[in-house]
Design a protein around this ligand. Structure first.
Ligand code: NAP
Length: 499
């Protein structure tokens, strides 16, 4: 092997790996999304603690965990809502599931107070799963300086201090038994480069993402799985979308999917920022900014933020387009799998009982001749070397007996004129029902034109026939240096057969 061959081979290997990478990614995604069995959460411990469990995602998560047989510590600010949720869970799951409540308003208590409440509440309980779900955002988008001080304090305390102090209180028990799962409910907004007009909320969530990544590294070695999840839109009171749809799941649907991921990909989900390129991200941010700004104006005019305006529609349209693009790729993949592995081959004898193969004394042409003979087609073999032609014919006759007739035509495409080639082919196939033509010969000038006057008329007359042109993958590249002439003729061949 010389240097250029070596370089070409290296380039091919790199290209092959580049194709394999997204395929492997897709297979992994399908596995994780649809096939991978969920972890048995009871292995972490018999109790789960859920913050913000009186509504939305937290409430749905509590029901889902109870259905997996875990007992629950529900944390919320509203005692009557906590009682209602506890009763509903007990009614649904009977004695299988114990439920305990801790009343904490994360916006009102200090970190130390939160820690003391939690510590007292979980005394003697084997908490294996902690879901830091509690969250609070602004009721309307607004500029940073316009957020009133009370709301500012609440957003930081609920989102940042809530998760931090509850984790700090639950961790020692997990460390002691060397197992546990901590799931922090973050927000998809963190995956964007910036998220103006809900700045404080998204900055608090970015804190949660970093906290998750870092404690995951600290405690993985002690059997504690830390995972940060990034919901996009979920139909809860937080985002004023009450009805779920294909793009906005209900909290129940989200919780089911969320629990399937517990214990897997810990710490890793945070690294998805690279999904979109910078330009896309910047235009996305512009759209969001405009959308949120319109909400500010609306908020001052009326108190109902729930109706959809143009920028929301633009965002939704963009999501739909993205979804269509994904579907297109999937459809292509399915088509490819069908064509490559599943589609039954045509019965070539329906085209006619003879096949003509050029360049049939060696390589692909020879193999093609054998394959066609194995399908019961008789053969016209075209080649420049009479001895090699004879040898191939004899071999085919020996293998397939009388079921397959073989006829040879000796033509050197490089030496004869176009008219001579046409005449010899015409004479050679006189009276024969040639249904399949394999233009395989690979070292000549544009010979396909000559056949137009010899093989094609027969096919045209019976209105059927198959022509297979053996091209080269070289036409799929921008250029193919060092094999220029060969690649150029193959490119001609390719374009010609497409016209
Ligand atoms: N919904 C979405 O589209 C979305 C998107 C991305 C991320 N998230 C995140 O998902 C998590 C759950 O949100 P959600 O949509 O389910 O919101 P939600 O329906 O508003 O529920 C929030 C829960 O937190 C509780 N809570 C709020 N402030 C509290 C406080 N000061 N002290 C104690 N509990 C308090 C609420 O209690 P009450 O019942 O008393 O109100 C409720 O149980 C949040 O962390 C949120 O940031 C949601």
């Amino acid at each position: 092997m010389e240097l250029p061959d070596f370089v070409l081979m290296a380039a091919s290997i790199v290209g092959f790996i580049a194709i394999c990478k997204p395929l492997v990614g897709l297979v992994k995604w399908v596995w994780a999304m649809f096939l991978r069995p969920p972890k048995n959460l009871k292995e972490y411990g018999s109790w789960a603690l859920v913050t913000g469990s009186t509504d939305g995602i937290g409430k749905a998560m509590a029901f889902e965990l109870a259905s997996k047989g875990l007992s629950l510590v529900l944390v919320g600010r509203n005692p009557s809502k906590l009682k209602a949720v506890s009763n509903e869970i007990r009614e649904r799951h009977g004695e299988q599931v114990e439920v305990k409540s801790i009343v904490i308003d994360f916006a009102k208590f200090s970190g130390e107070e939160i820690a003391a409440f939690i510590k007292e509440g979980i005394e003697g309980i084997d908490v294996g799963v902690l879901i830091n779900n509690v969250g609070l955002t602004y009721p309307y988008a607004r500029f940073f300086h316009e957020v009133d001080l009370e709301l500012m304090g609440s957003v930081m305390r609920v989102n940042i201090e809530g998760a931090t102090w509850v984790t700090r209180s639950v961790l020692p028990g997990m460390l002691e038994k060397k197992k546990g799962a901590i799931i922090n409910i973050c927000s998809g907004s963190v995956l964007l480069p910036s998220y103006p007009l809900v700045t404080l909320y998204v900055a608090a969530k970015a804190y949660i993402a970093m906290l998750s990544k870092s404690i995951n590294l600290e405690y993985q070695q002690y059997g504690i799985d830390v995972q940060c999840q990034f919901p996009l839109l979920v139909a809860t009171k937080m985002i004023f979308i009450k009805r779920s749809s294909f793009f906005v799941p209900s909290p129940e649907t989200f919780s089911k999917a969320s629990i399937r991921w517990f214990g897997y990909e810990h710490g890793k989900i945070c690294s998805r920022q690279s999904i979109m390129n910078d330009k896309c991200r910047q235009s996305g941010m512009w759209l969001i900014l405009r959308g949120q700004e319109s909400k500010i104006h609306r908020a001052s005019a009326s108190d109902d933020p729930s109706t959809m305006e143009l920028p929301d529609l633009v965002l939704m349209a963009a999501s739909i387009l993205g979804f269509i693009a994904l579907c297109k790729t999937l459809v292509r993949l399915v088509r490819w799998a069908w064509t490559m592995f599943l589609r039954p081959p045509k019965d070539l004898k329906e085209y006619g009982s003879w096949a003509l193969v050029t360049g049939s004394t060696d390589g692909i042409g020879k193999a093609m001749a054998f394959e066609l003979a194995s399908k019961g087609l008789s053969l016209v073999l075209v080649g420049r070397n009479p001895c090699k032609l004879e040898a191939v014919s004899n071999e085919i006759r020996k293998r397939h007996g009388e079921g397959v007739e073989v006829k040879n035509i000796v033509i050197d495409f490089a030496k004869l004129s176009e008219e001579e080639i046409a005449r010899m082919i015409e004479e050679g196939i006189k009276g024969m029902d040639v249904g399949v033509l394999v233009n395989n010969v690979g070292l000549a000038y544009p010979y396909p034109r000559f056949f137009h006057e010899s093989v094609l008329p027969g096919m045209l007359k019976k209105k059927k026939g198959a022509i297979i042109n053996i091209g080269s993958a070289s036409v799929l590249f921008q250029s193919y240096p060092l094999f220029t002439l060969y690649a150029a003729t193959k490119a001609f061949h390719y374009l010609w057969q497409r016209r």
